[in-house]
Design a protein around this ligand. Sequence first.
Ligand code: ATR
Length: 279
Amino acid sequence: MRKACVIGWPVAHSRSPLIHNFWIEKYGVADALYERLAVEPDKLADTIARLNELGYVGANVTVPHKEAAFALLTRHDALAKRLRAVNTIVTTDEGLEGRNTDGYGFIANLKSGAPGWNAAAAPVVMIGAGGAARAIAVSLEEEGAPELRIVNRTRARAEALVTEIGLADAHIYEWDELPRALDGAGLLVNTTTRGMKSENDLSLDLSPLAKQAVVTDIVYTPLETGLLRDAKAAGFTVVDGLGMLLHQAVPGFEAWFGTRPEVTDELRAHVLGDMGARE
Ligand code: ATR
């Protein structure tokens, strides 16, 4: 039996089993299974040390364990090292390796939802400076974004993000400077939780954005946040956040089960069905 799991606390909310078990069935991976593993913080070290012994070839790591898992592992890929956070654990010939596929998921989702988008063409605006924002900022820099404009409610957190991950071309804007930050930008990404509840929607004047700009949100409940609804109405290309969740799962599945899976409409519908949502 080849098993993988998602490690979190709590973990019942995780949609990763839905994604990986869909692919296991679709690609006919024999004797494979993906499980939820609820692990309390004080049991994380023991669980990771015994991951293979417990029957797992690898795992995803979710809230609140991403940073602790980084510290517990001795091998990491480049992005995990830079972010000091791990969302995927893989068994290699040298032992367990911590990886971070969040940035890959973000970029793959953008490329699939907005094929015409060119990172190098114009500045990028990112709202938020939390854990997800870190992976996104690095991935945008690696993709060739010429300038990253960061706007966060708490400025000090944006400053910490820039220094801790060492971003070269980042500028921090105050919340009330948003119109200036948006001026001529080719991508606007919301990495905050604003929009998860409709009364908390981000309501922005998007007119300063470049005409061809893409607007994306990492919130996917609801699938169409207020920000995306406004952007669509204003004629911008919009990319919802569900695809990031689906795409970040691809490298882990390939490493554990040996098949590179595809993110398809069928998978999206499967996950949306579980969320009680439809397109
Ligand atoms: P994650 O790790 O999932 O990104 P997080 O670290 O809690 O989550 O980050 C949440 C982000 O949403 C932060 O940028 C936070 O802003 P602060 O740094 O000022 O806390 C932002 N955020 C959450 N609620 C917000 C609100 N009501 N208005 C503006 N920003 C908000």
